[in-house]
Design a protein around this ligand. Structure first.
Ligand code: GMT
Length: 376
């Protein structure tokens, strides 16, 4: 098959979408494709030098008449410039706003030979598409992409319902690299936090209200009454001060550790017994997949795409959003029943490796690229 030249644009410094876009680029480069990241900073998981990976920085023009420097226009110009200079086959953008709109503009400058693929990750639809003033723009971005993918069936449905989109949307679940995400031997790291039979519950997020971190504390408060345990909180974000206050107020500060932002997520997750993800909205829930691949079951909510990832009663337990009592009961049940826990752990490892592994998903994206380029 033809080796492709692909431009990738994502939010490079945060979130699961940036992680997925960067990991996808690295995997495609390993398969021989030429990857050009077109972003405002170096993607944070880019790692080591690779001969097929290039980075093109978007510099914003801060001309004095601009009240707000126009990042989107600089990005569109950069996409067009890189596409012409490097003879790109296609642009794969993550997020409709502004990236798919910028790709559309770039295509107008370069010509129809440049194909565009847009991946929807959630917030662009679940939050931005609620804003009437942005709806038409998001619809245009989606309709003018040569292919559109979304990370769960739930997100596809929500996109259709909110924007009356009729064009086909490909389902491409998120993935983890099985060479990175597997149960690590972390006995000594674990001993830094717990003693004896104590268990570790973990939550990783950007502490936005949509993550319901307050529910995480309520779940943990109930679990630790039955099961000696600690809670590790990983990440930072707007709700952090409120959460710190709540933990102090509930007298749990000796049982909760804040780890801040962490890069080596596979190692950190491997010390956990359970992952907590009680989100209000979640198009996919990448952290639950990262946990699954490390053999850690998730206790979470039935929100968005989570049930497509976490099989209720097999690789974790799900409850209605906000039902912290039910979540705590499920967590306690799993932690107290060793045989059941081991069964869940094995199911997690198998499901992550067979359904959400890098080889499968990378091949799926390649099929979409060849399709839009008319290559069989
Ligand atoms: O969840 C966030 O706040 C970050 C956001 C992002 O931009 O990375 O996450 C979205 O994309 C992830 C990767 O596809 C998904 O795993 C998350 O579920 C999704 N977040 C929401 O839908 C709230």
């Amino acid at each position: 098959m033809k080796r492709l030249k692909i431009g990738i644009t994502c939010y490079p410094t945060l979130g699961g979408s940036g992680v997925v876009a960067t990991e996808l680029g690295k995997l495609l480069a390993e398969k021989g494709h030429e990857i050009h990241f077109i972003t405002h900073s170096v993607p944070f998981r880019l790692g080591q030098f690779h001969k097929n990976i290039f980075y093109h920085e978007v510099e914003v023009n801060d001309y004095y008449v601009f009240r707000y420097p126009p990042y989107d226009l600089s990005l569109a110009s950069k996409m067009a410039q890189v596409a012409k200079m490097q003879n790109l086959d296609l642009l794969h953008v993550h997020y409709a706003v502004p990236h798919a709109i910028c790709a559309y503009l770039a295509k107008q400058m370069v010509g129809d030979n440049l194909r565009t693929v847009t991946t929807l990750h959630g917030t662009d639809i679940t939050v931005l598409a609620q804003d009437e003033s942005l709806k038409d723009l998001i619809r245009l971005a989606i309709n003018r992409s040569d292919a559109v993918t979304a990370v769960s069936n739930d997100l596809i449905q929500e996109t259709r319902d909110m924007l009356d989109i009729v064009k086909p949307i490909d389902l491409t679940y998120n993935f983890v690299d099985k060479r990175v995400y597997y149960p690590r031997d972390c006995a000594s790291l674990r001993n830094d936090f717990v003693t004896g039979n104590e268990k570790i519950l973990m939550h990783i997020s950007n502490f936005r209200p949509v993550k319901r971190v307050s529910d995480v504390i309520d779940i943990f408060a109930k679990v630790q009454e039955q099961v000696p345990s600690k809670l590790l909180l990983v990440g930072e974000g707007p709700d952090l001060p409120k959460i710190q206050y709540k933990i102090r107020n509930m007298g749990l500060e000796d049982r909760v550790h804040f780890l801040g932002k962490q890069d080596d997520v596979a190692h950190v997750i491997s010390i956990a017994d359970l992952m907590l993800l009680p989100s209000e909205k979640e198009s996919f829930g990448l952290v639950a997949l990262e946990a699954m691949a490390c053999g850690v079951p998730t206790i979470g909510s039935f929100a968005g795409g989570i049930p497509e990832l976490v099989t209720h009663g097999e690789t974790g337990f799900l409850s209605p959003i906000g039902d912290t009592e039910d979540m705590a009961n499920h967590a306690t049940q799993l932690l107290q029943d060793e045989a059941l826990y081991n069964q869940f752990r094995e199911a997690c490892l198998t499901r992550a490796r067979t359904q959400f592994c890098n080889d499968l998903v990378t091949a799926e994206y390649e099929r979409i690229y060849y399709r839009v380029l008319g290559i069989d």
